[in-house]
Design a protein around this ligand. Structure first.
Ligand code: NI
Ligand code: MN
Length: 229
């Protein structure tokens, strides 16, 4: 499969027959290189409903017909807008013909901010997601602080790849992400959720170097870069 980094927390996972898009925040991301119209996923996975993750989901799903996989609450809200959804919650695993998705906790908020109405809508628990696709196990941590139950994600099988936020301010920063990487024991760690806005500027090269000093392989993906797995 090929994994394409779209900036912030957004990724495409392209398999033989499917295009899974995670957290497609493109419009409003000053670093984004791809336009929402250029992506035609058949599934969109959302770790939570903050706008820098929900992003262009509604427009993309309406055009491509993608089914959105996310928290039960956010799934209902998207369903009211005419979008096909599969809602689930923490601890649950859903089986698809392309693999499985298991929802893990993330320590973060999950209110959708409606600027017009000046209201905050509860969108259920924020999540990390463990994907098993074509025999590979991939963890997307979503937005989260460091917490010790990240040790439980791996179980007794190897993790091939983990995406960890390093931006700090809204999520864990680089040093906490090093600890998370030690707990996850993934074959490879890719930093996400940094540099998009001034408060989350980080030195990803220094993070990769610090991972290496802990014996962990890290890969910095440039925006638009593809990783083959
Ligand atoms: Ni968030
Ligand atoms: Mn975020």
């Amino acid at each position: 499969m090929e994994i394409v980094f779209h900036g912030h927390s957004a990724l495409s996972i392209v398999t033989q027959n499917h295009h899974l898009l995670i957290d497609p925040f493109l419009t409003g991301n000053p670093l984004a290189q791809v336009k929402p119209d250029e992506l035609s996923p058949d599934f969109i996975l959302l770790t939570h409903g903050h706008n820098d993750h929900l992003g262009d989901t509604v427009a993309i799903a309406k055009r491509s017909g993608a089914t959105v996989i996310t928290s039960h609450e956010l799934a209902n809200w998207l369903g009211w807008q005419g979008i096909e959804t599969i809602g689930f919650s923490i601890g649950g695993t859903i089986q698809m013909d392309w693999g499985t998705v298991k929802a893990y906790p993330a320590i973060h908020g999950n209110g959708y901010i409606d600027e017009e109405k000046q209201e905050i809508i509860y969108m259920g628990p924020p999540m990390g997601m463990l994907l098993t696709i074509e025999g590979k196990r991939i963890y997307h941590a979503g937005d989260t602080a460091l917490f010790s139950d990240l040790q439980l994600v791996r179980g007794d099988q190897p993790l091939d790849l983990a995406f960890l936020p390093i931006g700090d301010h809204f999520t864990m920063g680089p040093s906490d992400a090093i600890q998370a990487a030690k707990w996850l024991q993934a074959e490879r760690v890719v930093p996400v959720h940094y540099d998009t806005f001034p408060p989350i500027r980080q030195d990803a090269d220094a993070f990769i170097q610090a991972l290496a000093e802990s014996g962990i392989q890290g890969t910095k993906l440039a925006i638009g870069e593809t990783l083959s797995l």
